[in-house]
Write a protein that binds this ligand. Sequence first.
Ligand SMILES: Nc1ncnc2c1ncn2[C@@H]1O[C@H](COP(=O)(O)OP(=O)(O)OP(=O)(O)O)[C@@H](O)[C@H]1O
Length: 354
Amino acid sequence: MTLTKDSVLAALRTVADPQSGSDIVTAGIARGVTVEDGAVRFVLEIDPAKAESYEPVRAAAQAAVQALDGVRGVSAVLTAHSAKAPPDLKAQRKPEPQGPQRVPGVNHIIAIASGKGGVGKSTVSANLACALAAQGQRVGLLDADVYGPSQPRMLGVSGRPASPDGKTILPLRNHGVTMMSMGLMTNEDQAVIWRGPMLMGALQQMLMQVQWGELDVLLVDLPPGTGDVSMTLAQKTVVDGAIIVSTPQDVALLDARKGIDMFNQLHVPVLGMIENMSTHICSQCGHEEHVFGHGGVAAECRKLGVPLMGEVPLHIDIRTTSDNGTPIVVANPDAPQAQVFHDIARALISQGVA
Ligand SMILES: Nc1ncnc2c1ncn2[C@@H]1O[C@H](COP(=O)(O)OP(=O)(O)OP(=O)(O)O)[C@@H](O)[C@H]1O
């Protein structure tokens, strides 16, 4: 039979451990067996106080191995076992940060959400960002809507963000607002199918790797609904408050309610709701009309116990200015349609959340 570690272990199993009554391999005393060109080495790990009584065991173990075919020499040594557990030599993973983290340099994060698409969440975000900047705040705007990124167009910025060091991303800037859009990381007109984990990774990258600089507030324009992006934002990042944008129709309000529920569950304070497309003001005669109804959001706010932050009229100037890359708050700051955004910005600053 050729000499192997197994044949040595088999020989060692014929030697009894006087302490436990089992053999010295099973008792965990015989350790560190090596076999090299007929030279066998092993140790018997024992309590140093019992060294004397184990000497015959060591001699028996040595003889048992010596008797094997092919053995040229045996080194059997008694060593003191350690009371401490052996060190864990497995590479230690850095502990994952627990709970939501703050974005370095960013004092506040406000999520802007809507239950339903197309209610004007991006228009509200862009105007609010510009209004906060006009009132002296250092403002960032993260467009987290990968499927329909609209902030580059609304803030009139184009081009792809640069990454001079290959690690961090330089954001774009216009109207006093530092802006980054997840949509800018994909090719324009390219259909994107993002899986949940990709979205979460991209959002974290946008928050942590974009050089936002020192900001008083970062607004996050979320995709509509209560999907992965909203959940990830609230779970991974400290969000100081959420604003829900809704039109006054029942169907939009139904979805807005789901958004509020989600933020409540995620322990993000709901700062309030904004009614968009509240009243239509005719640009010709100034006549007011309630195209989508009026007061639905105010009633909902009362029901849910959240503040109504403002009612933004449906006005063609709000659309054309955003489409042209200069939101109404910048294009015509004194227009009545711009006032509501200034009022909301002022309220956010005085509440200490922006
Ligand atoms: N108060 C308003 N008055 C006039 N037009 C508006 C108003 N609010 C939004 N719009 C227009 O409605 C359209 C949809 O608005 P916006 O893109 O802001 O919605 P959204 O909720 O962000 O949509 P999405 O779900 O696609 O992200 C845009 O063309 C915008 O200019």
